[in-house]
Design a protein. Structure first.
Length: 325
């Protein structure tokens, strides 16, 4: 009789373990799988990533609870982008975030089904990610970091008296960098300013390109929101500081590591805004195809006081009221 009770208890224990295991799997299965692919590590893109996660959390989507975030950094390597994208697709992520244009283009080429949101991308149409910025029409949407190029030029004019020649330094393969420089050149021309261009393919080209601009007697250098330059602003500053030529980067992080001043978007807030879009997709409230590309309305002035002082640049009182408090 006792041995029969022992068998019954053992069977009951096995059954209970199976039920508990089943419950554990169900909980895991209920988590939405989010894949994040970031092109390269630098302050602005890092801030966008943090903002995205916080934006999701503000709507109740928290990593380890009802979502599982798989974050990957491609270290500016295209082969890494490709392998990460393929793994995300094979893993059947519920939603993917692309931080920077090359990351978004790689994900878009990898799948036309999984929802993709982007951030730190200047123009989705130019990058051929959407049918139009107002009506994306496919599986890609997100937020734009388009900077106020005209205000950037006006800022250079305000801080570099009698400026007549500005160098434009950017990566030749970055479509969004090309777009910003073209807009900058067009506006500068209306102010009687000549723009001298220099392009790079990777960080190893920066020293030579910067030296070429210095030798062409430019009075300032403009850099767009360019991922290659963003990761090597200190290298650029080593050359431009010696020549006493200020650099005006279209990004706050780039400004603080090698520039003088900028009007730029806040990348944390941009990522947060993208997180709110993601929450709508996950909840079924909206479809990516119908979500217009969102812009950031609040543009702020950031000044690298230390570098401005080093280069003898005086910040007018009229500008200081625009500075971030």
């Amino acid at each position: 009789m006792n041995w029969k009770k022992g068998i019954a208890l053992a069977l009951a224990a096995v059954s209970m373990a199976a039920v508990m295991a089943g419950c554990g799997n169900t909980a895991s299965d209920n988590q939405k799988k989010i894949g994040i692919i970031q092109l390269v590590e630098h302050p602005s893109l890092d801030a966008a990533n943090k903002g995205f996660i916080d934006g999701l959390a503000s709507k109740g989507y928290k990593d380890g609870e009802n979502i599982k975030i798989d974050y990957q950094n491609a270290q500016a390597d295209q082969s890494n982008l490709n392998s990460i994208a393929q793994r995300f697709v094979s893993d059947k992520k519920d939603l993917m975030l692309a931080i920077a244009t090359p990351a978004a283009q790689t994900l878009a080429n990898a799948t036309h089904d999984i929802p993709i949101l982007g951030t730190a991308i200047t123009d989705y149409e130019t990058a051929k990610l959407v049918q139009s910025n107002s009506h994306p029409g496919g599986n890609v949407s997100g937020t734009s970091d388009m900077t106020p190029v005209e205000r950037e030029v006006d800022l250079i004019i305000a801080l570099v008296p009698n400026v007549k020649r500005i160098g434009a330094l950017y990566t030749s393969s970055e479509i969004n960098s090309q777009l910003q420089v073209e807009k900058m050149k067009a506006y500068a021309a209306t102010k009687g300013i000549t723009v001298v261009e220099a392009t790079v393919s990777n960080v190893n080209d920066i020293q030579q390109a910067a030296s070429n601009l210095v030798n062409q007697d430019v009075q300032a250098i403009y850099t767009p929101t360019d991922n290659v330059l963003a990761s090597a602003m200190a290298n650029l500053a080593q050359i431009t500081d010696v020549a006493k030529i200020p650099v005006f980067a279209a990004d706050e992080g780039m400004t603080m590591t090698g520039g003088v001043a900028t009007y730029s978007v806040d990348y944390y807030n941009l990522g947060y805004q993208t997180g709110l879009m993601a929450a709508k997709v996950l909840s079924g409230e909206a479809k990516v195809a119908d979500m217009a590309i969102e812009m950031q309305k609040d543009i702020k002035l950031t000044v690298n006081e230390e570098r401005a002082k080093k280069l003898g640049i005086i910040i007018p009182d009229a500008l200081r009221k625009d500075m971030k408090q």
